[in-house]
Ligand binder design. Structure first.
Ligand SMILES: [Zn+2]
Ligand SMILES: [Zn+2]
Ligand SMILES: [Zn+2]
Length: 433
């Protein structure tokens, strides 16, 4: 192409030469242009920019002779400069983004062609909608800011953490993009309303004169938060002291010591303690014989309380200590053993029986077998010795013997009921021999 340009220039000069040759004067005049044209052929997928104008397809840009100009190369989005073809490389430099012509001394032809460029994406930018229903992802090519990818993805929300009565619940929002350039986006937002507290009543505590009380309140059974605080209620009054009088113990009933308590609240300051029952304090036993000495009654009276008495009646046995000729005898009654150990065996001497040698004694013959009715009635003797041989003593055999005090009778001898009638002092001594 450079050759074509030179040929065209030579043809013009020949034309000028021939014009002046006709006047016989050879005068060679060279007309030097003030500026040269840089003609651009711009292939598809690009344009150039110069002097505030965009040119595509072709562009003719005048440049001052020996001057310079910078023409910006503008590839379409996704394209880059591929090749630069120039008629004269002497005047041109290209750094890929601009063509610079300089020291230009002739018209020039420049052809630019473009090819697709490889996109280097920058970091995607994600923008959540205000209501968290969508996320718009945007990514710009690093090597060409005009290349921008955008995708808007719908957001799905799931409960990540249930709300409690003290903390909001958390929703997990997720947006998933179709374009693999974008990664799924998550956002956790505390936006689930708290649930109400679970109130439990704190019961009122009535005030007493000992302690302050509390009003009814409530708290949350789950988190323990106080919902209605309990307030102190002042003590009702001071204690009202009252004495608990002592109760004396008796023989059978326990007693109490004296004490103190509050009449209002019942608090005990000095507790009453139990005094054990004292037990009876029995005095000396007293014994009372029946007139006929057949029974004896023992009795004791409590020295603490005379209404407390114990008595026991037992039968008595007659015991006769037989007199001898020179030794006195004895009639006494002996009580049988008392059941209670409060009483002791009792003896009662009724009469001393004089020694037989001192008495007027009726002595009967050993051959006597029976004493008939009134046989010795009215006698003045003081003692009678009935012989072993006598088996029967008849009625009133010794009636009205007022002086008779002692009769010795062998065991086995039958005595009629009235045998000793009207003998006021007689002691009948039945002797086994
Ligand atoms: Zn709670
Ligand atoms: Zn009290
Ligand atoms: Zn008593």
């Amino acid at each position: 192409m450079k050759k074509n340009v030179l040929l065209l220039l030579t043809a013009c000069m020949c034309l000028l030469c021939s014009a002046y040759a006709a006047a016989d004067t050879v005068s060679l005049t060279a007309v030097v242009p003030g500026e040269h044209i840089v003609s651009f052929t711009i292939r598809e997928h690009g344009s150039v920019q110069y002097g505030g104008q965009i040119f595509s397809g072709t562009a003719s840009i005048p440049v001052q002779r020996f001057g310079s100009a910078e023409i910006i190369i503008v590839p379409d989005a996704g394209y880059k400069l591929d090749t630069v073809t120039v008629s004269s490389g002497e005047y041109l430099a290209c750094d890929g983004t601009a063509v610079t012509v300089f020291g230009i001394a002739e018209d020039m032809f420049v052809q630019l062609s473009f090819t697709e460029s490889e996109i280097r994406w920058g970091e995607p930018v994600y923008e959540w909608s205000a209501d968290n229903t969508s996320v718009t992802a945007t990514c710009t090519a690093l090597n060409d800011p005009r290349i921008v990818k955008t995708e808007t993805a719908a957001v799905t929300g799931t409960v990540l953490r249930e709300p409690t009565c003290t903390a909001l619940g958390v929703t997990l929002y997720t947006a998933v993009f179709e374009d693999p350039l974008f990664t799924a986006q998550n956002r956790e937002i505390e936006n689930i309303a708290m649930v109400p507290h679970c109130p439990v009543t704190d019961p009122a505590v009535p005030a007493t004169c000992a302690e302050e009380g509390l009003t009814e309140g409530s708290h949350c059974a789950v988190c323990g938060a106080v919902l209605v605080p309990q307030e102190l209620v002042a003590k009702t009054s001071d204690h009202q002291y009252a004495m608990d009088p002592a109760v004396p113990a008796s023989c059978e009933t326990p007693g109490l010591t004296s004490g103190f308590h509050c009449e209002l609240c019942g608090e005990v300051f000095v507790a009453q303690s139990v005094i054990p029952a004292l037990g009876h304090a029995w005095g000396e036993a007293d014994y009372l014989w029946d007139d006929d000495h057949s029974k004896v009654t023992g009795s004791v009276v409590c020295t603490r309380d005379p209404s407390h008495t114990v008595s026991e009646t037992v039968a008595a046995r007659k015991i006769i200590l037989s007199p001898t000729e020179d030794q006195a005898g004895l009639l006494e009654w002996v009580s049988d053993a008392f059941a209670s150990d409060m009483f002791t065996v009792q003896e009662k001497n009724i009469a001393a029986i004089p020694a037989l040698g001192t008495l007027r004694v009726l002595r009967l013959p050993d051959s006597l077998t029976e004493i008939g009715e009134e046989a010795f009635a009215g006698g003045s003797f003081e003692a009678v010795i009935i012989p072993e041989s006598c088996r029967i003593i008849s009625d009133r055999a010794f009636g009205n013997c007022v002086h008779l005090i002692y009769v010795k009778v062998p065991a086995g001898t039958s005595i009629a009921p009235g045998a000793f009638a009207e003998c006021p002092n007689v002691i009948i001594d039945i002797v086994a021999e």
